[in-house]
Design a protein. Structure first.
Length: 271
């Protein structure tokens, strides 16, 4: 897994033109919930922590540039581990061009099954039932949705997922927890974000954390960002986790794809 481009400062955001002729910004901000696609964001709690989150997000959005990836910024998305203050997701736009027309909205259970099949390299329906503790009827419904979405195929009496190169657009997921002074109080929250993210950080205006604090972060695998007057410094890099690590990693893939499809008419009707 390559390193994220996010810690760097880049040139002004450029626009990319999709093959449909529509123009789409290279950075999109997911600021409101969308019930239709299952995206729930917590309402912003205004205060010092929100101030540095907004400053960080704006700086990243204004400076991000890449020839191969786009960026989606999620503000406090609801995950099983809580509501991370910010999630930055780098993705390959071209993968969503392969989506089928009227692609179904995949449910959490569908994505859990899909991740399991990637982990085991494919399985028969009765084995999936046994391994995941599922009943036959809901499993078949999930398989039907995954088939309609072009995520699975039948091979040697097993349900086998297609290559991630053709289905998973995400290159990097960076989770951010904001803390004003005591950075160590954010470690537990940031550790929880490692469940779905490839990198997890605590963000703070503190410029020079103590050596004891840095050692605690290093042992936890959580990184540290500092921000002051729109200047971002990565004090300690996060440990890296390969994606997708769980069904939570897939949620961002689906949220972004459904957003792009509904807003800009993406997808391939002929696939």
């Amino acid at each position: 897994m390559r390193r994220s481009k996010l810690p760097m400062i880049y040139s002004t955001v450029r626009n990319l033109k999709r093959r449909t002729g529509d123009t789409m910004e290279q950075v999109i901000k997911m600021c409101t919930s969308n019930e239709r696609i299952g995206l729930h964001l917590r309402k912003v709690k205004f205060g010092p922590e929100d101030d540095i989150v907004q400053e960080f997000a704006s700086t990243i959005a204004d400076t991000f540039s890449s020839n191969s990836t786009n960026l989606a910024i999620f503000f406090e998305p609801q995950m099983e581990t809580g509501f991370p203050d910010l999630v930055l997701v780098e993705y390959q736009l071209r993968i969503f061009d392969k989506w089928k027309g009227n692609r179904p909205i995949l449910k959490k259970d569908d994505l859990k099954i899909l991740q399991h099949l990637y982990n085991v390299g494919g399985a028969r329906a009765k084995d999936i039932q046994c391994q995941l503790g599922l009943k036959s009827a809901p499993l078949l419904v999930s398989i039907e949705r995954l088939l309609d979405a072009g995520m699975l195929r039948r091979l040697n009496n097993k349900w086998v997922p297609y290559s991630l190169k053709n289905t998973y657009a995400i290159k990097n997921i960076t989770a951010i927890e904001a803390k004003i002074s005591d950075l160590r109080t954010g470690i537990r929250q940031a550790e929880g974000n490692k469940w779905f993210a490839s990198e997890s950080y605590v963000l703070s205006p503190v410029q020079k954390p103590s050596n004891t604090t840095i050692r605690k972060f290093y042992k936890s695998g959580v990184g540290v960002y500092s921000i002051k007057k729109n200047h971002i410094t990565r004090i300690l890099p996060s440990a890296q986790v390969n994606l997708p690590s769980c069904y939570g990693s897939w949620l961002f893939n689906e949220w972004i794809g459904q957003h792009i499809y509904s807003e800009f008419g993406g997808g391939d009707e002929t696939q």
